[in-house]
Design a protein around this ligand. Sequence first.
Ligand SMILES: Cc1ncc(COP(=O)(O)O)c(C=O)c1O
Length: 383
Amino acid sequence: MFDDFVRFVRELYSTSDFIPLHRPYFIGNEKQYLLDTIDSTYVSSVGAYVDEFEQKIADFTGAKYAIATVNGTAALHVALKLAGVEAGDEVITQSLTFIATCNAIRYCGAKPVFVDVDRASLGLSPESLGNFLDENAELRDDGLCWNKKSGRIIRACVPMHTFGFPARLTELNNICARYNINLVEDAAESLGSLYKGHHTGKIGLVSALSFNGNKIITTGGGGMILTDDEAIANHARHITTTAKLSHPWFYEHDETAFNYRLPNLNAALGVAQIESLPDFIDNKRQVAVQYQEWGEGHGVDFTKEPPGARANYWLNVLITKDKGQRDAMLEFTNANGVMTRPAWTPMHKLIMNRECVKSELTNTEWLFERLVNVPSSVVLNAG
Ligand SMILES: Cc1ncc(COP(=O)(O)O)c(C=O)c1O
């Protein structure tokens, strides 16, 4: 099977060279917009491309406000702060995620709490969240959700749309509303993915996107905060630009804040990339169909978008039979120039998270032992 798989991926990408997991393509106006930026001398965080990129992302996602940041981690950090996360709080998230989700929670001085994911959506499981809260949480007279056992406030819940597959947002949002917990979406991987017709990042109070070089579109490094809440949007803009008060020449700042704004140079790349985004999504969805068809012919499962979800198929997911087959596949494909990767080591297993509160994590463990990401770049000139 591994041999056949390598042959199939080589045919898909029409190359005998090394095949990465995800490569960027700069096939539009990238060079022209970068040169414009250099000619204008506005290469840093003020400039027309920053405003244009924000507007284009807002239009694309349907979010009322989009605020560009230096990377997705910074976007998530600010999103959590603006959702009210404070030192000593608990923030519920999934253990099957990239470290940046936990890092952003830790930057706020809060503690991650891990619940399980769905096997089908790969995202935070509403059942696991509901069971955890029913068993551990209570809404008190102060209107806040308290963890009865740890004595901490559960301030936010951060589902992550794993590899571009949307988590079950409506169900998660209903549970969070019942417990007065703010929903903050880590939509770093899911630009272009929808759940029940809504763009991921649109349901949460505030959400974060990433434009890292491995994402569906890239600004080199970059991120975006999305929200429909005007006060949050204004505050996000303020604290990502050192909380400087507007004045023609005086430097006055009204809180300790961050230098998190996206440079114009990176935004120029983003404006060009978003022009290609609809084609990239269509193309990647075709790649996913080709993997699924190959899988059906070879008795191999690939994760498909569940009902109600429309995935951007950022990274395709092959589910091996067990850990032994996963490891053999990783060995064979990487030795043969086809890049594959396992899921991230689950967060609850990392040394700094071993004391964290967690629910049963059966699906997380099951997926970690079996899941393999396979090359998923756009195929140029694909049918
Ligand atoms: C799930 C997730 N969250 C957050 C991030 C952070 O984004 P960045 O690398 O732009 O800081 C990434 C991507 O790198 C990610 O995959």
